[in-house]
Design a protein around this ligand. Structure first.
Ligand SMILES: Cc1cc2nc3c(=O)[nH]c(=O)nc-3n(C[C@H](O)[C@H](O)[C@H](O)COP(=O)(O)O)c2cc1C
Length: 153
């Protein structure tokens, strides 16, 4: 069983969390890879109708997928939204989701973003098996990162 961790990260937090998950999976002998969604827009949050994808990972080779994204404006980051919306069918794939955000509580955009990701993946036939919300504030970060790795690895 091969896992693809597909991450969009503008300032590095979500990538850092994804790398931690990757290390945990590899340490327990799992076959996993990290792939990044990348756009060339300098301020993608202001150009959501004109995104230029320079890397849009193809996921056919993976049995299990993890999609990871930041929260923007109490919602799923528009880059991940567009990437997921443009994906081919995900039928038969087990999918985990996580998001990072700055505010201290998951109901401040994290939960809503997970719901959006869930809906986009389920519309394409994917099965969501686990999810996590990470608050990047100093107080919650370590606890939330550990929880995410425990649930998703
Ligand atoms: C355009 C924009 C909007 C954001 N909106 C929110 C928000 O609504 N709630 C929140 O908690 N954090 C918000 N943030 C903070 C990011 O979600 C947070 O820093 C996240 O960890 C960034 O992940 P990244 O470093 O992987 O890009 C926003 C950041 C940006 C750039």
């Amino acid at each position: 069983m091969k896992t693809g961790i597909i991450v969009y990260s503008q300032t590095g937090h979500t990538k850092q969390a994804a790398e931690r998950l990757l290390q945990a999976m590899k340490s327990s002998g799992q076959d996993a890879e990290l792939l990044e969604v990348k756009v060339s827009n300098p301020a993608p949050e202001k150009q959501l109708t004109q995104l230029h994808f320079v890397n849009a990972p193809v996921v056919d080779a993976y049995d299990r997928l993890v999609f990871a994204s930041p929260v923007w404006a109490f919602s799923l980051a528009g880059v991940m939204k567009a990437y997921l919306a443009g994906m081919p069918p995900l039928t038969g794939k087990k999918i985990s989701l996580f998001v990072t955000h700055q505010l201290p509580f998951p109901w401040m955009g994290g939960n809503a973003s997970i719901r959006q990701m869930r809906s986009l993946c389920e519309d394409k036939g994917g099965e969501i098996v686990s999810h996590a919300v990470i608050s990047w504030g100093k107080k919650q970060r370590e606890r939330d990162l550990s929880d995410m790795v425990r649930k998703l690895a």
